[in-house]
Design a protein around this ligand. Structure first.
Ligand code: ADE
Ligand code: ZN
Length: 351
């Protein structure tokens, strides 16, 4: 009987997760490049791939750490060359959003990965924003775009990239910091982020994924970020955990990514439930779904199973993501009402 009841709860949660109105806050658009589209674009642009088949590509996605992933991820992005390529990439992600009931998404793009090999900043932004605009019109999915600086490159290169972004200020809501974390502390980018904030951009940064808790503090105190991307290593500093809770600094956690990049050995070892119970503003996101085995719905589902999350936990995750988003107050209220309605239905056992 107990077993049957547990299966019933599992099915109910699966249905509740499928129906939950979602907000995604940590998604690298280049990380949504599925092998099928990689092959199609390689053919279209006459780019030679180091893989003979889609199966071979997937077999290569066996990572030992962040850097081993980044090497393959940057190589995959070489197939992206024209505005239409960036449109097709982003449109494919919007279709996944629609299937997953994502109502709002805030997307990172790595401009330097493209501009450093001669693709114009304008080409990248135009392709992505055209697809986001179509997603808004045809699917009712709202979105914001965030320019990430590659932290393994110099602060001067980041400043040049920021200057390239200025004419597109209407399309880019904020700036972020990603790529190889260890050895590239947030303090390296203090001046760039000062300038970005002065120009009206909001700020976020990857910190405490592979790097130490001190990088999270630097991102808060020196880069003055509104959110921390990942942040799971905050637990190494209890004072920092207390600060994150007190100031309700959002963490955009990416559970499947953390397992694939060996931040945690198994999903069951992930600290997300611990952080949620400690009252932190935790959210669930997909990071680079084409490389890590699932989009936001799959991240929620697998995390729910591994950590025994209940409906209250799921509701908290849904509301945290709305609160942590860069939507205006009206947009947030609309989504909170959708979550009220979802929770009422889910609570009645209709999922
Ligand atoms: N770029 C794409 N995914 C990333 C991640 N998980 N960490 C740092 N940089 C990234
Ligand atoms: Zn990321």
């Amino acid at each position: 009987m107990r077993g049957i009841a547990m299966i019933g709860i599992a099915v109910m949660h699966e249905s509740a997760i499928a129906r939950m109105p979602k907000v995604e806050l940590h998604l690298h658009i280049e990380g949504s490049l599925e092998p099928e589209l990689m092959f199609a674009l390689a053919k279209r642009n006459d780019v030679e791939l180091p893989y003979a088949s889609i199966e071979e590509v997937r077999a290569a996605y066996d990572f030992s750490n962040l850097q081993s992933f980044l090497d393959i991820y940057y190589a995959g992005a070489l197939v992206l060359q024209t505005e239409q390529d960036f449109y097709d990439l982003t449109w494919a992600y919007m279709e996944r959003c629609q299937a997953d009931k994502v109502r709002h998404t805030e997307i990172f793009f790595d401009a330097q990965t493209h501009t450093d090999r001669g693709v114009a900043f304008e080409t990248v932004v135009k392709g992505i924003t055209r697809a986001l605009s179509d997603g808004r019109e045809r699917m009712g999915i709202s979105s914001h775009l965030i320019l990430c600086f590659l932290r393994h490159l110099s602060a001067e290169a980041a400043m040049t990239t920021l200057e390239q972004a200025l004419p597109y200020r209407d399309h880019i809501i904020g700036v972020g910091l990603d790529s190889s974390e260890k050895g590239h502390p947030p303090e390296k980018f203090t001046e760039v982020f000062d300038r970005a904030r002065g120009e009206g951009f909001l700020t976020v940064a990857h910190a405490g994924e592979e790097g130490p808790a001190a990088y999270i503090e630097q991102a808060l105190d020196l880069l003055k970020v509104q959110r921390i991307d990942h942040g799971v290593r905050c637990v190494e500093d209890p004072l920092l955990v207390r600060r994150l809770q007190k100031e309700q600094i959002p963490l955009t956690v990416c559970p499947l990514s953390n397992v694939r990049l060996r931040v945690f050995d198994r999903l069951a070892d992930h600290n997300l439930k611990h952080l949620l119970d400690a009252g932190l503003c935790v959210t669930v996101n997909s990071d680079d779904p084409a490389y890590f085995g699932g989009y936001i719905g799959q991240n929620l589902l697998e995390t729910t199973r591994a950590l025994n999350l209940d409906l209250d936990d799921l509701e908290r995750l849904a509301r945290n993501a709305v609160t942590a988003s860069f939507l205006d107050d009206g947009g947030k209220e609309d989504l909170m009402i959708q979550i009220d309605q979802w929770r009422e239905q889910a609570g009645q056992g209709c999922g």
